[in-house]
Design a protein around this ligand. Sequence first.
Ligand code: PLP
Length: 403
Amino acid sequence: MPEVLVKSDQDLKELERRHSSGGVPRRDVVIVRGNGSRLYDDRGRAYIDLGSAHGWAVLGHSHPDVTQRIQQQAERLVSYTESGYNDQRALWFRELSAILAREIGTSDKGTLCRIHPCNSGTEAIEAALKVARLFTGRTDFIAFNRGFHGRTLGALSATANPHFRDPFAPLVPGFSHLPFNDVNALDRAIGEQTAGVILEVVQGEGGVHFADREFVTRVRDLCSQRGALVILDEIQTGLGRTGRWFACQHHELAPDIIALGKGLGGGMPMGAVAWRDSFGAIPAGTHGSTFGGGPLACAASRATLDVLERDRLIDRSARLGDEVTSFFTALRAPLIRAVRGLGLMVGIELRTRVGGVLEQLLERGVWALPAGRTVLRLLPPLTIADADLREALDIVGDALRGA
Ligand code: PLP
């Protein structure tokens, strides 16, 4: 197969510029292939992917086990809705809920074993908000400054950043945003109409900021006392990213509802929201999705979960993450203001805007991510080869030292 399907990369870029919505700014590279932690452009140049393609590629690109399972399943059945039973979906339900039960455990409301499968992170948040209203009979939500939960209207209402929100006002009523880690503000805000408190244990898009242990403990206690639900957004932090299966495990936080996405589908578009057994099923017809829980996505997800377990990638994330954070903490670079890392989720707060650094890195063959204007965010695949990681760290280190 030819590497690209149009004559020159200028033609190709012109086509994208002409037809894309414009909502997602592009870097000036035509990516046509991926293998492990490397991406390749149409000229065959390699880039080490320190962003896991915006966080989903926990196993890197075209992982052989996932690819094989996708190929096999594509020949049997690509998609079928939840209106019929399916072998892949049933097994995926069992395997994912077993991981959730083992890792996050049981609360007085049972395990996180009721699951709605969907196609993206933002859809998982929509579903989480809807079921929280159903289960509590309440209307309101509390979310946090710098939190990011997606771009559909409900998820956007939970998202704090005015840059994302303001052009689309009015949003869904009933949402308030509090300072992150502010226990007193939380205490004052949870009321009789609060259906849920929604948070990321590590805020990803907002700049890699950690929730304090004391804060999440208070979130749990206050929600339990006042009948509100704890809704965790583990779309970016889940599936081993922070060195545990789920970031809430760092604080033994037991959510009532958890939203997953990104790495869950092994690259197939997939999200999921899971809730505690005692809430039961939602009434028929109140929520659903044509493609959600399709056999192809479920097969890819099952392969991903298998590889994460088999290759002990959660431990690897913790170990490599410590190395990455130590590397940048020890780096004598005046450009660095602070380094925050948990597993392979690392934020380097700069004294300058991150855009120029990202461009330099791309020129030197490293694809990294921003988080806001001044944070360089690194989310390497959990499978990244040792040599690739070392090479990439040297490149990022040189760029930050101005070398
Ligand atoms: N929640 C968090 C924490 C995210 O990081 C993201 C995406 O970056 C989303 C929700 C939205 O996920 P998606 O882009 O799959 O809709």
